[in-house]
Structures are given as structure tokens and as C-alpha cells.
Write a protein that binds this ligand. Sequence first.
Ligand code: ASP
Length: 330
Amino acid sequence: MPHIVLVATGGTIASFAATEGGPVSAGLSGDALLQSLHAPLPGITVEVDNFTVAGSNALTLEAVHGVCRHIDARLSEPGVDGVVVTHGTDTMEESAFLARLLVRSDKPVVFTGAQRHAGQPDTDGPRNMRDAILAAAIPDLTGVGAVILFEGEIHGARHVSKVHASRVDTFRSNGHGKLGEVDEDEVHLYTRPARPRLVLDAPLLDPEVELVAAGLGSTPRYLEWCASSGVSGVVIEAFGRGNAPKGYAEAIRKLVAAGIPVILATRCTEGRTRAIYGSDGGAVTLVEAGAILAGDLSAAKARLLLAALLPTLPAGPERLALIAEAVTKV
Ligand code: ASP
């Protein structure tokens, strides 16, 4: 009989409004969530493990690093077959990406949550949670890395993102597609990620890596601030193929010269960065200035990769090459 550990961290799935029409906040334990399931679990035992009760928008890198360490510890127990993490949807794709990167065990790790809170009559939490437990109990997910189970779909953590602010079918792997789905009591895995998982042994996540989004005509002011403010790495969410506004190349050159690595991601939800365009702000110029292209890795996930890498890498010129290599392998 599969034994699944339910690591509860809060989120909308564990939230309700204390007063009619008042603010919604997290407050339910994993035990309450488990009691809300609409149908019994066929031949699966579930052990509740209450880790924290928070909105995922307010989680710190330190807390999520702790969640990943905790998942690994639980999965190292011979009697545990898989872990389900209940989590807020706002940053679920980031925590799932970190679990893919930091959890050593190959046993299934399934993140889930809800868009409609537990006090709403049509909350999506109980069904998502039941589906997630069913998915974590099948050996097919072994070696796939962390996934998100939501509205019946299974999405790999590398490509998934939250695409709708309120609808229940909010998770998509744009340009890649889902890995599988749950249909009543059946779990179907259609696809496995082609690339082997990059696993990092990060003792901590560097909280000083900043994410800067470019907009039409925006100034390099934030990058200049980063150069003088104790920031240890910068990810720029740039345009299209990885192009940015005027003045960014010079700001990147200064950051890199000061030993602060810069990764350039695209704000497009599909496709890859590539150094094609020259002139001030073109990706050719930005790469010449020292920026590393993120390929199809989102800016939010590139920031987490950099935060996991920096504490482990030697200072010095080879650092940039090691970061660039990790970006191609993740
Ligand atoms: N703010 C909530 C959170 O991320 C939203 C959710 O769970 O859907 O915790």
C-alpha cells in the first residue's frame, strides 16, 4: 500500500475569510485539508506533515529551501513512497522548480493548491489534493522531478507557470504541454522530460539576487542601483530574443566588471533568447557586455537557479562559465 506524506505549507487551499467578505488568509492545517476530500483514497495511506501555514507570496527563499530539505528527509525514509506539497499558487512554479533542483530523491514530488479558497462552496482544493495524492502514489512519476498537479493536469516544474490570476485551470507549460492527467482514479503519464534533471547541493539560497523587468524605454537606473547595493547577482527580464532598452549594455558591463553575474531572460512565455540584434540594447551587445542568456528558462526561475548556484561557486573568472553551463543543463 503506497504511503504518501502531505507537507502542508498554506496558500489559498488552506485559506478562508474570517469575516463575511473580509480578507482571505491561510489558517487551515493539513489535517483539515485531508478531511475535506470528497472520496476515499483507494489503497493509499496519507500522513499529514504540517510545515507552515502561509500565503506563498510571503514565503522566503530560506523557508522554501527548508521545505526542499524537509521533502528530501521524508523521502529518504524507506516507508515513504511520495510527497504531496500543498502550497499557494502565486509562487508554486518557483517552489516546484526549486524542489526539482534541490531534492535529491527520485521519488514523486507533487505540488498542488487551489484558486478558490476553502470557505467557498465550489473550492477546487479537495479535488486537486485527491488527484495529487493519486499521482504521488504511482511509480511512473519516479525520476520525473517535481510536478504541479492542478485541475486534473500534471505539469513538469521546469516549464510550468501560473497563467491566469483567478481561474482554476491556471497552470500551463507554454510551448511544451502537460506531462499527463488524472481521470477519476486513473493517473496517466503521457510524457517524461527528455533532459536529465540537474540536481544541486546548495547549502542555502542567496537572497541577494535581484530580478529587474525591462519595459519600453525604461532606464538602467535599477541596474545601476544593483551595482552599488550589495546585490550578488541580477536577472533581467528582457524583450523577445533577449534585447533590452538603451543604456542596459553599459550597466551590465559595470555589473559584470564588479563581479556581479547577469542573466538575460525573455519576457515571452514561449521561445528562446539568442544573440541576434546589435546596437545599443541588442542581445549581441548585452552578451558582449557579459550577460548570460537564459534560453527558455523564465526570469523567475533563472533567478532561483542563480540563487542556488552562487553559494556553491568559486569566485573568479570561471564562475560565469559555470553559471552559463548550468543554464544549459537545468
Ligand atoms: N496568495 C495565495 C498564495 O499564493 C494565492 C493562492 O494560493 O492561490 O498563497
